[in-house]
Design a binder for this molecule. Sequence first.
Ligand SMILES: [Zn+2]
Length: 112
Amino acid sequence: MKLTVKEFVEAIEEEELYKLQYDLNKGSIGLKSLVDEKIKAVENLPKKFCAVCGDGLVDKEGTFSIIFKHEKLKKKASFCAIDCMEFFISKIKKAKELEPSKIKSNIERTNV
Ligand SMILES: [Zn+2]
């Protein structure tokens, strides 16, 4: 189920809504913790397809992933092989040359 924040607020029970309001008024520590945990879980989920060629990655070994920041958001892209990752990175380099402050990259190897 995919919800926007507005849809989420409209969907939750009244009691949860009051708890959320209380948390927000107290500095949102509970909500921040929930969001941080969910983002960590999402980032650890393996991607199903190569971001460049679209090949399936589920049963493939020796795939690669990068996590990078783009416009204040962290994004993850996975690749079937070094060639696809290099192609993607070359695109990031070109974008970085245009707007160097917007993209920071962090490369990690998965399924070694
Ligand atoms: Zn690929």
